[in-house]
Design a protein. Structure first.
Length: 50
């Protein structure tokens, strides 16, 4: 069973800046998602890292 702290997640939602199209994944796929995003030309933003 998976769970999420939705209130904490809302701390990172800025619809006036980025719109409402957000992505969340469960599991350790960070590096793979960064790689594919970069390969297809997206600017990858990790909001939880400085």
């Amino acid at each position: 069973m998976a769970s999420v702290d939705a209130e904490k997640l809302l701390d990172y939602v800025y619809p006036d800046v980025y719109g409402v199209h957000r992505c969340a994944t469960f599991g350790d796929f960070r590096e793979q998602l960064k790689d594919i995003g970069t390969l297809i030309g997206f600017k990858v933003i990790e909001e939880d890292r400085s």
